[in-house]
Design a protein around this ligand. Structure first.
Ligand SMILES: Cc1ncc(COP(=O)(O)O)c(C=O)c1O
Length: 480
């Protein structure tokens, strides 16, 4: 008999059940050849005493080892290592002697590389994200639960790849009333958010070598989605009124341009709102030259200055316009519901692609959002949140202008969730390092400076923090 007590050590401090530890130990002994085919095992009573465990525990482990084919029990003879063991060694392929030496290769894309936050910090100065504590979780759950608990019906099965019909209907109405967008059900596809809308639109619209115009230092994930198709980016400068239309026109005259990607409501990263005049001019240019406008309106609701300017798509006949929206900022980033609106033939093509990536969204959550839109609860929620974000912007901007002006300069944004700060005295990288020493995260600004031109700017989010948290943040920054 092999010294089981030496070979099998039971550790009760582990999360793993004792019988599982016995199973793994026996499999290990067999794999290593310490126990061989046909070897007889001690009886369960003896083994239990040797290992210092209950007899039932040993019996449970043995039963499982028999079921898995490692052991066999022979009537009135006892327990043996199985004469035919499960396959646990690779089988040599015909003609291949050394195994295994090869591993498959896969595509690794430089285009997809993006800096991620690593490490954990005590305090995060984010780049402009919503305050998830304000999310209307209870209202959403009320509708979600009601629909979920109804007798199981087709709702729980595969459904329309275009998204929940109730939500699509609610949005045709809501976006007409709130944003002046006129479209039919065949023009709207529900997505998991703006990013998915953008990715799908780019895949269907763009071919390798196509030219897409974007603002300088444009939102990095949009650039990546565009470049991943093989399309080429041409950057256009922008000023306090948004992207410069004369430069857009010049670029369009110089070469065939396929599309123009815009975040006119709040340019990412600078937060600038594009003027109505420029929106009209761009629409006319797009119509004249047959250029698609991809309008990413990811945070339309968050505008603090009277009424937001209507989207470019609201002025269009949809011939050249694609409109992307999302609930991930207005509700919470975890919700993952957004939409893409465009010409029927385009949306039909996008739906085919979506079907093979993500068969459908989350019909229950989409239904719950539809109910919030229909009942007016979405409007009430938005008013509540907007009021808070406005107060937070005002508080932060006022204190920052008074007390942090030697650290950075900025212009109070008309909307959005962050300020665009031009840092003084230190570099944005140094600032990030100094704060990291105090366990505080701030973006080091590199992701906004695509050409390493020494932009020395970063985004500082105010929306996700309460007034007292903002006060703490100002004090933190003041201390350096
Ligand atoms: C300009 C821009 N577009 C799209 C997104 C992605 O939004 P979503 O969470 O809806 O996918 C973001 C996220 O911050 C963004 O800043």
């Amino acid at each position: 008999m092999i010294p089981y007590k030496t070979y099998i050590s039971i550790d009760r401090s582990l999360q793993k059940a004792v019988y599982m530890q016995i199973i793994e130990a026996f499999i290990g002994l067999i794999k290593k050849g310490i126990l061989e085919k046909g070897n007889k095992l001690p009886g369960s009573r003896v083994l239990a005493a040797t290992l210092g465990v209950q007899r039932q525990t040993v019996v449970k482990a043995m039963d499982e080892l028999i079921a898995q084919g490692w052991l066999e029990s022979k009537q009135s003879k006892g327990m043996f290592v199985a004469s035919k063991l499960p396959l646990y060694q690779p089988i040599a392929l015909k003609g291949v002697v050394d195994l295994p030496t090869q591993s498959f290769v896969f595509n690794q894309s430089k285009v997809l590389d993006r800096e991620e936050i690593v490490g954990s910090y005590g305090f995060y100065i984010d780049e402009g994200i919503p305050d998830v504590r304000l999310a209307p979780v209870e209202t959403l759950m009320k509708y979600y639960k009601t629909r979920f608990l109804k007798p199981v019906d087709r709702f729980h099965s595969y459904s329309d790849v275009m998204g929940n019909m109730e939500l699509r209907k609610a949005l045709t109405h809501y976006l007409k009333e709130n944003r002046g967008l006129h479209f039919d059900l065949s023009n709207i596809l529900i997505t998991r958010g703006s990013q998915m809308g953008m990715w799908l639109a780019c895949q269907v619209l763009l071919n390798s070598g196509d030219v897409v115009l974007v603002g300088k230092n444009n939102y990095i994930s949009a650039n990546i989605a565009i470049q991943y198709t093989g399309a080429k980016l041409i950057e256009v400068d922008h000023d306090e009124d948004g992207i410069q239309v004369d430069l857009v026109e010049k670029a369009i005259r110089n070469q065939k341009v396929k599309a123009l990607y815009l975040t006119p409501h709040h340019y990412h990263p600078t937060t600038v709102t594009m003027s109505l005049e420029r929106r009209m001019e761009l629409l006319n240019l797009a119509g004249h030259y047959g250029v698609a406008i991809i309008e990413d309106d990811y945070d339309y609701e968050f505008h603090f200055k009277s009424k937001p300017i209507l989207p470019i798509a609201s002025l269009s006949d949809w011939k050249n316009n694609l409109y992307i929206g999302s609930f991930n900022k207005s509700l919470a980033p975890s919700i993952r519901v957004g939409y893409l609106i465009g010409r029927t033939d385009f949306i039909e093509e996008v739906a085919k692609l979506r079907r093979v990536i993500d068969r459908q969204g989350d019909p229950l959550m989409e239904y719950a959002i539809a109910k919030m839109l229909q009942s007016g609860e979405m409007d009430r929620h938005m008013r509540r949140v907007l009021k808070q974000y406005k107060e937070r912007r005002n508080y932060f901007c006022e204190r920052a202008q008074l007390e942090l002006s030697n650290l950075f300069e900025f212009k109070e944004p008309e909307g959005g969730m962050a300020i665009w700060a031009k840092i003084n005295k230190v570099t944005s990288i140094e600032l990030a390092k100094i704060l990291a020493q105090k366990s505080v995260y701030i973006n080091n600004g590199l992701m906004y400076d695509h050409h390493q031109e020494g932009l020395n700017c970063t985004r500082i989010g105010f929306a996700s923090k309460s007034i007292s948290e903002l006060a703490y943040m100002v004090d933190l920054l003041k201390a350096i």
